[in-house]
Ligand binder design. Structure first.
Ligand SMILES: Cc1cc2nc3c(=O)[nH]c(=O)nc-3n(C[C@H](O)[C@H](O)[C@H](O)COP(=O)(O)O)c2cc1C
Length: 409
């Protein structure tokens, strides 16, 4: 345990204390019941909390009905009161097993949307479609794209430019959804502006060709994000923890750079942002979105951490020694693990007990993602229990520790 001591120090994110430096990454696994929290989701998140993970991020939740209709993916919804009921159950379950819960909220699929579902043309900052880069894909994914089993193929549909009125509507709707999350008991929320989705399309000079107040200079390109944060703060106040996820580099010529992201996070810190959560790349450059090896984003997160004073959460580190090095050497404040916690829900407990050899390792075969891209619930080649946690009684919360919680508003 001594070796990994730094990983088991508590950390304050905004006003929320998290017991260690290990988080579960937001991952949509297609387990919802038409947007509502399912028994399977309660058990899936319970397993990771019980496994010692300090901070649980939910998958990206949809914040408006309009954007839900455009999205291919079957994510959780958070845009009407009925959606709060399941979220409350989820909060209580994660708390019961000793972790904190942050809700990731996506403002819209943007260029990644599809008209195939509801006949609606995708909307984004500008009419720029995404183009998958063949030479920048994870090894396991390329053959799947070539076989045509992934819904978008090589190129996205051309979106239409969002009107200013639509931007304002989505901003207001986002803030209302954020309030719903806190009323339901969430410890924090994360504004999802990464991966080439709607928010990212505004930040990126490659996707954003607007000539109005939302395009052109970096200040204009970050206006949408700043307005979303301001509108959220107006509704929820200064106390609740609010962070952002932005790709730390787009890795495309003319795209969002790490220097841009440093400036954006710095500006948001002044506006009351509580944390930065890294990701990298977009659906064009999936190799950075789902790296084939550890450490592809470390230089980026180091540079962002050096530029700001809020906690900086690194992504995609799988090896316990690399995770430990990143935190103990101050490259980041926490590491948020995705696929490793699909392969082994007990990852954090095993590291804290020094049982490194017992960890079931993620093989980066992306079976979890491929299933999702085929419209199926996610599974893992290394963990037969993934997707079946609801049949395992140890992940059901018991009545004895049912705690009373107060909204964090
Ligand atoms: C099946 C799957 C679904 C994902 N869904 C989301 C999501 O809803 N929101 C998000 O920001 N990232 C999502 N991601 C990306 C992860 O959060 C993470 O950044 C990525 O998997 C790389 O980290 P890892 O190497 O630790 O898995 C998803 C990843 C996978 C594998």
């Amino acid at each position: 345990m001594k070796k990994y001591e730094s990983l088991f120090q508590p950390i304050k994110i905004g006003r929320v204390e998290v017991k260690n430096r290990i988080g579960l990454a937001p991952m949509n696994l297609n387990y919802t019941r038409e947007g509502y929290v399912s028994e399977q989701q309660l058990a899936y998140y319970a397993a990771r909390a019980k496994g010692g993970t300090g901070l649980i991020f939910t998958e990206a939740m949809r914040t408006s009905e309009e954007d839900t209709r455009r999205s291919f993916y079957d994510n959780l919804h958070l845009w009407k009161a009925a959606h709060q009921k399941g979220l409350t159950e989820l909060v209580e379950t994660v708390h019961y097993f000793g972790a904190k819960l942050f809700v990731q909220m996506n403002i819209g699929p943007g260029p990644q949307a599809t008209s195939k579902k509801a006949g609606l043309q995708p909307r984004a900052a500008s009419p720029v479609p995404f183009q998958v880069q063949k030479d920048c894909q994870p090894k396991a994914l390329l053959p799947m794209i070539e076989k045509g089993i992934i819904y978008y193929g090589w190129k996205g549909e051309t979106p239409r430019e969002m009107t200013v009125e639509e931007i304002h509507t989505e901003t207001e709707q986002f803030a209302k959804s954020a309030k719903m999350a806190f009323v339901a008991g969430a410890d924090g929320i994360e504004i999802h502006f990464a991966h080439g989705y709607l928010g990212h399309s505004f930040l990126s000079p490659r996707f954003n060709k607007r000539t109005d107040q939302y395009g052109g200079s970096l200040e204009n390109r970050m206006r949408f994000l700043r307005e979303v944060l301001q509108a959220t703060r107006k509704l929820v106040g200064d106390k609740p923890t609010v962070g952002v996820r932005i790709s730390s580099d787009e890795h495309m010529p003319g795209g969002l750079t790490n220097q841009d992201v440093q400036k954006i996070v710095k500006a948001l810190e002044k506006d009351g942002l509580d944390f930065y959560h890294q990701s990298c790349g977009t659906e064009e450059t999936m190799l950075y979105f789902f790296p084939d090896e550890d450490g592809m984003g470390l230089d980026d997160i180091k540079a962002i951490k050096a530029a700001v004073n809020i906690p900086c959460l690194a992504y995609s580190l799988h090896d316990p020694d690399t995770v430990n090095k990143a935190v103990s050497e101050g490259m980041c404040d926490m590491v948020i693990l995705g696929r490793p916690l699909l392969a082994d829900a007990e990852w954090a407990n095993k590291v804290s007990e020094g049982r490194i050899k017992d960890i079931a390792k993620c093989k980066r075969d992306l079976w979890c993602l491929v299933r999702l891209l085929q419209g199926l619930p996610s599974r893992c080649t290394q963990n037969p229990d993934l997707g079946r946690e609801r049949y395992m009684p140890e992940y059901l919360r018991g009545p004895s520790k049912m705690s009373y919680w107060r909204s964090n508003l």
